[in-house]
Design a protein around this ligand. Structure first.
Ligand SMILES: C[S@@+](CC[C@H](N)C(=O)[O-])C[C@H]1O[C@@H](n2cnc3c(N)ncnc32)[C@H](O)[C@@H]1O
Length: 223
């Protein structure tokens, strides 16, 4: 599915969100600021076309690695990094079996990726495994709008308008029908925070982005 939409993925992200997605990724990098110190190793899981990896690399003299299992997405990420003269290794691999040793990274991110994994808890466990004790995690994901009127309006847009526009531009209506369906099945802000805690993270907090359309969860790997 992701291979089929890779070529139009960036365009549609920015078009369908009115560019708000860029702000969300910048906020994700800012939330990890204290970990983005010189030489820190940062892993961006389910990096797709690499937008968050690039924002993380701009945030400091850190060593960012992007990982995804979709080759066409990675090819675009590599091209963008080369255009911006960023030396980011983009690795092909599975988020559920990360090809890294235990306790390798100082920080890890997953943006709009956790929802797509076969097991959310399994994905979180793997993220915890590759983080050093005290390492920071940031999860950016679609969530549940918190204001009732806005929620209804957004739901209409997300389930009626977005699949049509996404389908027309990408040629894959299924992928843009899958998006609202998968968000509906995904845990809301509070439940996700609980899941992250249950997988061995402490200080877990979240902030709602754009009225809860998305949420940014952060936490620290407990000892
Ligand atoms: C919606 S895109 C998000 C891409 C990027 N993080 C962003 O912010 O735009 C989801 C990405 O997750 C990747 N993905 C889904 N399941 C995966 C898995 N098990 N292992 C690695 N990547 C996965 C897909 O290939 C896709 O590139």
């Amino acid at each position: 599915m992701f291979s089929g939409i890779a070529r139009r993925y960036d365009l549609l992200n920015h078009l369908l969100s009115g560019n708000i997605d860029k702000r969300w990724r910048r906020k994700t990098a800012r939330a990890l600021e204290s970990s983005l110190v010189e030489g820190a190793r940062v892993l961006d899981v389910a990096c797709g076309t690499g937008d968050l990896s690039l924002v993380l690399a701009e945030a400091g003299a850190v060593r960012v690695v992007g990982l995804d299992f979709c080759r066409p997405m990675l090819e675009i990420a590599r091209r963008k990094a080369a255009e911006g003269s960023r030396a980011i290794p983009f690795v092909e691999g599975d988020a559920l079996r990360l090809p890294f040793a235990d306790e390798t990274f100082d920080a890890a991110t997953i943006a709009f990726g956790l929802r797509n994994l076969a097991g959310v808890a399994d994905g979180l466990r793997e993220l915890r495994r590759i983080l050093k004790p005290g390492g920071r995690l940031a999860v950016l994901e679609f969530s549940s709008p918190v204001v009732p009127g806005f929620r209804a309006l957004f739901r209409f847009y997300f389930t009626r308008v977005l699949p049509r526009v996404g389908g027309l531009v990408s040629g894959s209506r299924g992928a843009y029908e899958y998006l609202p369906d998968s968000v509906t099945r995904f845990p809301d802000q509070k439940r996700l925070a609980k899941l992250i805690r249950a997988e061995g993270f402490e200080g877990v907090e979240y902030s709602n982005l754009t009225g809860g359309i998305a949420a940014l969860h952060t936490g620290t790997r407990a000892g």
